[in-house]
Design a protein around this ligand. Structure first.
Ligand SMILES: Cc1cc2nc3c(=O)[nH]c(=O)nc-3n(C[C@H](O)[C@H](O)[C@H](O)COP(=O)(O)OP(=O)(O)OC[C@H]3O[C@@H](n4cnc5c(N)ncnc54)[C@H](O)[C@@H]3O)c2cc1C
Length: 468
């Protein structure tokens, strides 16, 4: 006899946990099935040589003050019954888009970016203001429309190619599954969440957020099975009738929400049904280096930059690179350089994210892989030196620990096809599949990032578990 649930959720990432909370809160019998032994999915944490590391978190987007009750972030927390104070959020200082010959700063007050555009691109500021208004007024219904190119749409507002690239850079790095372009709906969502709203992080990092979400789910009676991969979804009569687990057992559910991704979910039903794997699987993966220093960035002369989105090439390229890693652009995040005030921080941290080629990293033998990691770690650190303050050039002496992940790491721990953090370029915005009770949730439903994936969990549970 297999157990029966109102809803079975594949994946204990941020979308799955959020969907679980909504379902369990309304008395639904919910189970979350996770192949890995740690919760959080792409946004997880681990310990190495006695030191704690976050995997995903640079910053949470959509940060607004608590009084803005109608803002997405506050609505999301209310839907999940999470008190903001539990997250102990610390705001960014300010961030920067750094291109050859031009820098634009932005922060949690949207006026900063507007004044920076006026300073650096005086002829473009009217267009920028019109763009910002158009983004604010963009109808919610249009966000869920099929893909539309932002490259074409943005031309009615911005005519300077450099400003266009500079605006794209952070929005693509923090949320585009499409090479060198973005869906207009996704651009609008990312513009609002980063430029209109802002960035913050839980004081203690991602583990605090995950602990809060897990506690909520557990207290509501939700069931979670870790190291329990879903092997197959059996379809009968247009519905998923049975869920076969990798441990050999089976269960049934009225509704199945899959956070595993679009091609990954279709492959669980029938590999032959994946419409066109090469088109559906994401093209974009990343590597990240993590360097831990004895000293804090301010002692090296590092100022207020919390995150730097940089491009050193003549044109900004956001695509799967030919080299194992594209050193020409990336994101430098200093997780301890938020507004921590007087709180003791201990060590300095620098994370550098760059585009990386999945096929190369996954094609290496184990020995080649270790050697390539060592080699590229050094090259990445070298490549960011020109962006560091002069005093920072000596910072290597303070280095106490390092780590690095690659597309191979992402694939191994999350099973994302091609290690694609932002999933498939083809999003299914209503979450529906060709099986009546199977819905996509999270990244491939089209909501990206931590807040986005949590929102997707809430929306999909509301639509398909609570209403259905
Ligand atoms: C290095 C890095 C930095 C990031 N930085 C930020 C940031 O600063 N801010 C931000 O907002 N976002 C960031 N993100 C993105 C953010 O982490 C993701 O967009 C978000 O967490 C995706 O959540 P999800 O629930 O959709 O998917 P996932 O987190 O991928 O969750 C899916 C889960 O499904 C599980 N699964 C897959 N297949 C199966 C199966 N067959 N059976 C059982 N379980 C299965 C996986 O193990 C996984 O746990 C970052 C991501 C990475 C990797």
């Amino acid at each position: 006899m297999s157990e029966h649930y109102d809803v079975a959720i594949i994946g204990a990432g941020m979308s799955g946990l959020s969907a679980g909370i909504r379902a369990a809160h309304f008395g639904k019998k919910a189970i979350i099935l996770e192949q890995h032994n740690a919760p959080g999915g792409l946004n997880s944490f681990y310990a190495k040589e006695g030191r704690k590391y976050d995997v995903g978190l640079h910053a949470m987007t959509n940060f607004v003050p608590a009084k803005e009750r109608r803002a997405i972030f506050n609505k999301l927390l209310r839907q999940l019954r999470i008190d903001r104070s539990e997250l102990d959020l610390i705001e960014q200082k300010s961030s920067r888009i750094a291109f050859p010959g031009a820098n634009l700063r932005f922060g949690n007050d949207e006026a900063l970016l507007e004044s920076e555009v006026e300073r650096v691109f005086p002829g473009q500021v009217d267009g920028f203001i019109r763009l910002s208004v158009a983004v604010r007024n963009y109808p919610d219904a249009a966000i869920s429309q099929p893909y539309q190119s932002t490259r074409k749409w943005i031309k009615q507002f911005i005519s300077d190619p450099l400003l266009e690239e500079m605006l794209f850079c952070p929005l693509m790095y923090y949320g585009s599954a499409v090479e060198d372009d973005m869906d207009v709906g996704q651009f609008v969502v990312m513009f609002r969440s980063i430029f209109h709203e802002g960035l913050a992080r839980p004081a203690e990092g991602i583990r605090l957020l995950i602990r809060v979400v897990l506690d909520r789910y557990r207290k509501l009676g939700g069931i979670r099975k870790m190291k329990t991969g879903v092997k197959q979804l059996i379809a009968e009569g247009g519905k998923i009738s049975r869920i076969v687990l990798e441990n050999g057992s089976e269960l049934t559910a009225d509704v199945v929400l899959s956070c595993a991704g679009l091609p990954e979910t279709y492959a669980l039903v029938d590999k032959a049904l994946v419409p066109d794997q090469s088109k559906l699987a994401g093209q974009l993966s990343f590597s990240e280096t993590i360097a831990v220093y004895e000293t804090l960035p301010e002692t090296w002369g590092w100022g207020d930059d919390t995150i730097v989105f940089f491009n050193n090439a003549e044109t900004f390229s956001y695509r799967n690179p030919a080299d194992p890693i594209d050193l020409r652009s990336g994101v430098i995040c200093l997780p301890n350089n938020f507004e921590y005030g007087d709180r003791p921080l201990g060590e300095g941290l620098v994370r550098v994210t760059c585009l990386a080629n999945h096929d190369t990293w996954c094609g290496y033998s184990d020995e080649q892989y270790v050697a390539a990691k060592g080699d590229w770690f050094g090259r990445i650190q070298q490549s960011i030196l020109p962006m560091m303050p002069v005093a920072t050039r000596q910072y290597a002496e303070d280095l106490v620990a390092t780590d690095m992940f690659t597309p191979r790491t992402v694939k191994k721990f999350t099973r994302r096809a091609r290690g694609a953090i932002y999933g498939s370029p083809g999003k299914v915005k209503d979450g529906r599949t060709e099986w009546g009770n199977l819905f996509l949730c999270g990244t491939d439903q089209g909501y990206l990032g931590i807040v986005g994936s949590m929102l997707s969990g809430v929306v999909m549970a509301n639509e398909h578990v609570l209403k259905g």
